[in-house]
Design a protein around this ligand. Structure first.
Ligand code: URA
Length: 199
């Protein structure tokens, strides 16, 4: 079965599962892009626009992300993007641990199907969560994004090892314009990583 079909199967499984946050959300925001990509971006949770359209990163943060991708000759159609949470929490409130834990297995399945060379984590929460290997209790041991951004780390998820590239969330540069240059430099590092031969 090709990756697209495998992902569709997971999407169906989510729709058939009574996941927390499903009742208050308008749409499932599963993921979008090219499942055969070398790079998977992981954000936090859908916002209002994403909830309305059922597509991740369609709002202001998505526009900024697309500009950054274009700066290294990529775009939202060439990479794959998913969030930790598959449904928007009401009024963007913080999700609780039970909600996060019930959504995580689906993200892990997406990662295992796509098997990207690099996982780029968008923002502090996503970075800590992935580097803590999806254990919310372990997140406090992980340093903040200002320390980690732009340097790859390796983690093992089940049988596979993945290169993690922590990044500031593209929405962060909307209120802190200084972060634009930082993100642009980190995207150049992504380009270099993608050019390295797959071992
Ligand atoms: N921010 C995220 O982390 N994810 C989205 O889908 C949109 C904004």
């Amino acid at each position: 079965m090709n990756k697209e079909k495998q992902l569709n199967k997971i999407r169906k499984q989510i729709l058939e599962t009574k996941l927390p946050l499903q009742e208050t959300a308008k749409n499932l925001v599963f993921g979008k892009g090219n499942p055969n990509t070398n790079i998977l971006f992981i954000g936090e949770a859908p916002g209002a626009k994403e909830d309305e359209q059922g597509i991740p990163f369609v709002g202001a943060a998505g526009r900024e992300l697309n500009k950054l991708l274009q700066s290294i000759n990529l775009n939202l159609e060439k990479v794959y993007i998913a969030n930790i949470l598959k449904y928007r929490p009401p009024k963007n409130r913080n999700p609780n641990n039970k909600e996060i834990e019930s959504h995580t297995p689906f993200l892990i399945k997406q990662i295992e199907i796509i098997k990207p060379k690099i996982i780029a984590t968008l923002g502090n929460y996503s970075t800590k969560f992935i580097l803590a290997k999806f254990e919310t209790k372990e997140m406090k041991k992980i340093p903040g994004i200002s320390k980690l951004h732009g340097e790859t780390k390796e983690i093992q998820i089940n049988e596979n090892t993945y290169k993690i590239m922590p990044l500031y969330h593209p929405a962060a540069m909307l209120y802190n314009p200084k972060l634009r240059t930082v993100l642009e430099e980190d995207f150049k590092k992504i380009k270099k990583e993608l050019q390295k031969k797959i071992k």
